[in-house]
Write a protein that binds this ligand. Structure first.
Ligand SMILES: Cc1cc2nc3c(=O)[nH]c(=O)nc-3n(C[C@H](O)[C@H](O)[C@H](O)COP(=O)(O)O)c2cc1C
Length: 155
């Protein structure tokens, strides 16, 4: 299987940390079983130049929201908008094969809401969620969900 691509954004480092651990976990799986894919991750930020994506990718997005009722009205995405703009550029959304959300459960209904909003906006499935930096069991769970998504698309 080809390597799985991740585009991620990280403001305070949690997502970056999780993606680094996940990438190492994927490498270990690949070494044990060559049929299992590695991960290639790319960070997106406000400094990232837009470019046309030509191969499938997963988006990893943390949640920074302000206001609203927690579901649909008045919620304003803060700090992570560069990712939405990048996916919205030309036909990039067509290559988006899944969204992994992160956040903090203290935010209740707004937990991982940016990821859920991206799924709706870009018509992509919600693959998995995890809190903050995640824990080792999250790596195995998220990796498995990503592989299952790749296998489904290959059918
Ligand atoms: C100002 C601010 C707003 C946040 N809003 C939400 C939120 O609405 N929902 C949520 O699940 N987590 C929320 N979080 C938690 C972050 O999504 C969480 O800390 C995440 O791991 C940050 O990822 P990063 O370190 O990669 O930027 C918020 C955190 C901050 C600092």
């Amino acid at each position: 299987m080809d390597p799985m691509r991740i585009l991620f954004i990280s403001i305070s480092g949690n997502t970056r940390n999780f993606v680094e651990h996940l990438t190492r976990y994927a490498m270990a799986q690949h070494i044990r079983n060559k049929g299992l894919p590695e991960i290639v991750a790319t960070e997106v930020s406000e400094q990232t130049d837009f470019q046309d994506e030509t191969t499938p990718f997963f988006c990893f997005i943390p949640t920074y929201l302000d206001g609203g009722n927690g579901i649909d009205t008045g919620v304003k995405e803060l700090l992570t908008t560069a990712m939405g703009e990048y996916i919205g550029y030309h036909n990039n959304a067509k290559q988006l094969i899944g969204v992994v959300g992160s956040g903090n459960r203290n935010f209740n209904e707004q937990y991982c809401l940016t990821a859920r909003r991206y799924c709706s906006k870009f018509d992509a499935p919600f693959i998995a969620d995890y809190e903050l930096r995640g824990v080792p069991s999250d790596e195995a769970r998220v990796y498995k969900k990503m592989v299952e998504r790749m296998q489904y698309l290959a059918m």
